[in-house]
Design a protein. Structure first.
Length: 344
């Protein structure tokens, strides 16, 4: 059982630290006067204008700035400030304007919600387009939501990065939204499907399947090909026909790749919370090692408040003997399951 600690929320921001293999485990902020303000916010681009004339990437970032300045900054009209503004000292507190690359945001959320720019380039989201506009001459505008009409090969467009460099993107966000291509191959998300196609064109060779299931026809991959598949860390459990609970459909797809007799029996955990951890044929590596940093607390039957459903799922997967179940979709209280509130 993890050490009991008290949840502290400074303003509306949530402090986070990396734990394990980079998992977003939320921890209380330091209690000293100099560290009383949270130091990290969700990577969500929803710009707000502060009373100091600075455009902040979201209200959480503005709250941190206000906290550090003795609450002297308040939020004014929704959206970006009307005039070109300078960035604040935080790496996340930057504005997206036309004032040159020094004031341009250097970080955008890893969300694939494509928009088409007036330069004919597909940007992964409006934040990425805003950065390109800021670093350019300021004339770039959004033409439409969604990808631009195909006028060149995927390797020449900037469907994920907006750089127009002709290189395939280096990675995708861990959002599990499975899609199937024209060959029947299931990918973890549209981003992974486009990444695979881009690499296939550039290398003129087959790319490992990045998703959960096999094509309707064709021979099975060997174990090495199966292991090379990439799955997200999202905990959306499914029950396999072998009685094992897999973290998500993609993880079950890897098992199916190795043994075609294993299929999905149902959504959700198998009865008895039978997880890959207590299966002789599966290893603890089947449990996710990382979660997003979005704070959406859930209360476990062990009296622990988990930062979000993913973190709860990781704990449940790694400790099947504890038989942890979800009590509520909120933080635990002193009366929750008769246990004192804890956080992870």
């Amino acid at each position: 059982m993890k050490t009991i600690s008290t949840i502290v929320i400074a303003a509306v921001a949530i402090a986070s630290v990396r734990a394990g293999n980079g998992g977003g485990i939320l921890t209380p902020a330091a209690s000293s006067s100099t560290d009383k303000c949270a130091s990290a916010c969700p990577a969500v681009f929803s710009p707000v204008c502060g009373s100091d004339g600075v455009t902040y990437s979201n209200s959480c970032v503005l709250s941190i700035a206000s906290c550090k300045s003795n609450n002297s900054i308040t939020q004014v009209p929704e959206g970006e400030c009307a005039t070109t503004l300078s960035a604040s000292s935080s790496t996340t507190e930057t504005s997206v304007g036309n004032s040159g690359s020094a004031a341009c945001a250097d970080m955008c959320p890893m969300i694939y919600k494509p928009v088409c720019g007036s330069d004919g380039v597909t940007y992964s989201n409006d934040c990425v387009l805003g950065v390109a506009k800021c670093k350019g001459d300021g004339t770039l505008t959004q033409v439409s939501e969604g990808e631009c009409p195909v006028t060149s090969s995927p390797s020449k467009s900037s469907s994920l990065g907006g750089t127009g460099s002709g290189e395939c993107p280096g990675g995708c966000t861990d959002v599990f939204e499975p899609v199937t291509d024209e060959n029947g191959i299931v990918y973890s998300s549209k981003c992974y499907m486009q990444l695979a196609k881009c690499k296939k064109e550039d290398e003129s060779s087959s790319s490992p399947t990045l998703g959960g299931e096999e094509p309707a026809s064709g021979e099975k991959d060997d174990d090495s090909r199966c292991e090379n598949r990439v799955c997200t860390m999202e905990y959306a459990p499914v029950c396999g026909s072998d009685g094992v609970t897999y973290s998500n459909a993609c993880m079950l797809g890897i098992a199916n790749c190795k043994d075609a007799s294993i299929t999905q029996a149902s959504e959700g955990e198998c009865e008895g919370n039978y997880s890959p951890n207590n299966s002789a044929s599966a290893s603890s590596s089947s449990c996710p090692e990382a979660c997003n940093k979005i704070y959406s607390p859930v209360c476990g039957s062990d009296g622990v408040t988990y930062g979000n459903e993913c973190e709860f799922g990781v704990a449940s997967c790694k400790h099947p003997d504890f038989n942890i179940t979800k009590v509520a979709d909120t933080a635990c209280t002193s009366s929750s399951n008769g246990a004192q509130q804890q956080s992870v």
